[in-house]
Design a protein around this ligand. Structure first.
Ligand code: FAD
Length: 364
């Protein structure tokens, strides 16, 4: 029976292990890595596309409306077909673990794993982040405030009415009720600001923008997600999940892309040779567009609020959800391109062509 060893018990490792029933001809082993930092509780947000039915069913809350806000404008988008959902990490991983065990997956710690030369190894551990990498840094607080503080029918994807003095900065709000919400301060930057910067931004936002008094902070989360594909240090081992290129560079979203990558991988292993093939869940054209987008964010940070509000303004709720989930068709991609500030993107495009040309000349 072909053996598959999955290193890592995070989102990708457990999501694959949970689907062992679809791989009855394989023996799956999930290896809990040594030296890993303690996994913290956090929320995964995603738009409900068909392959996410199970996750949507387990989600804590969902919104048909979401907004992007700048000092000048607010755009509210609505989607009945693809609402935005929030699921707790522990809810998803516990369900996956239960399913994995029920379907015969062995879960072992790295020190106890027996060497199997023939096993296919899939590694979900993250790569080291190189210096100068643009990252999405954030701190989130799940807060309890006075009743009537939040509007639970609208999630806030980005609110730029916060301190912009240190780079691209916005507030993300998931209101679970009129008194409870996850409020996150997020920066797109290479270097991380101290925790106090994010915490002050959350408090300022709650007090100044909406006169909300925090009664208590129920839970905090903190993270840093690379906005770009990282080079893999060991190419002899196949990467999966974030380590397999699943994170969308322009947004840091990965939950949907991980599930998509796993669905394709399972199909590949059900074929005759039984080998699991891991492919990128992103189309090349989307990766190229993301690369241009991230380049623009890095070089022209001041225009970011304008870019996002223009994007939200140009699209319907369904289109926004599909674009963010990497499911855009050509017509939608063109709509996105035409909503962007032309001269900046044209300049970026020419620069990118030129640097690729130089690389080619030097390499040749
Ligand atoms: C706080 C946070 C919030 C996020 N929110 C969203 C969201 O709302 N929507 C979305 O789509 N995506 C979100 N993401 C991005 C992405 O979905 C997650 O990072 C997701 O967990 C990636 O899954 P993974 O299996 O690739 O990595 P992980 O779930 O991080 O699993 C990696 C595995 O490697 C192990 N590991 C980690 N570091 C080491 C180490 N140094 N040595 C050894 N082992 C190690 C871990 O223990 C784990 O077993 C978020 C990420 C974070 C960190």
């Amino acid at each position: 029976m072909p053996a598959i060893q999955i290193i890592g018990d995070g989102c990708a490792g457990l999501s694959l292990a949970a689907r062992a029933r679809e791989l009855p001809d394989h023996q799956l082993t999930l290896i809990v890595p040594e030296g890993a930092p303690r996994q913290q509780e956090h929320i995964w947000g995603f738009w409900h596309l068909p392959i996410l039915n199970t996750a949507a069913g387990l989600s804590h809350c969902s919104w048909k409306n979401w907004q992007v806000v700048t000092n000048e404008k607010t755009v509210v988008l609505t989607s009945i077909n693809y609402p935005y959902h929030a699921i707790y990490r522990s809810r998803w991983t516990s369900m996956c673990k239960e399913l994995a065990i029920a379907h015969g997956v062995k879960i072992v710690s790295q020190s106890k794993v027996a060497s199997d030369q023939k096993a296919q190894i899939l590694d979900t551990r993250p790569q080291p982040v190189p210096h100068g990498q643009l990252m999405q840094h954030f701190i989130g607080w799940e807060v309890l405030a006075k009743s009537g503080s939040f509007n639970p029918s609208v999630a806030t994807m980005m609110d730029f009415r916060c301190d912009q003095s240190r780079g691209i900065h916005f507030i993300y709000v998931l209101p679970f009720s009129d008194s409870e919400a996850l409020v996150e301060s997020t920066m797109f930057s290479c270097d991380r600001e101290p925790d106090e910067f994010f915490e002050k931004a959350i408090l300022d936002y709650l007090k100044l923008c909406h006169s909300k008094q925090v009664v208590s902070v129920k839970r905090t989360e903190k993270g840093a997600i690379p906005m770009g594909l990282l080079e893999r240090s060991d190419v002899s081992v196949v990467g999966l999940g974030g380590n397999g290129g699943a994170i969308k560079p322009s947004s840091g979203y990965a939950f949907y892309f991980i599930q998509k990558q796993i669905s394709v991988a399972i199909l590949s292993a059900q074929t005759k040779n039984k080998l699991m093939k891991i492919t990128s869940p992103h189309k090349n054209i989307d990766l190229w567009m993301d690369q241009m987008f991230v380049k623009v964010l890095k070089e022209w940070p001041a225009v970011t609020p304008h870019i996002f509000i223009q994007l939200a303004d140009a699209l319907s709720g369904d289109e926004f959800a599909l674009f963010m989930s990497g499911e855009a068709c050509w017509r939608l991609r063109l709509k996105v391109i035409f909503s962007m500030p032309k001269w900046i993107f044209i300049r970026s495009f020419i620069q990118s062509l030129y640097s690729n040309f130089l690389k080619f000349k030097i390499g040749a």
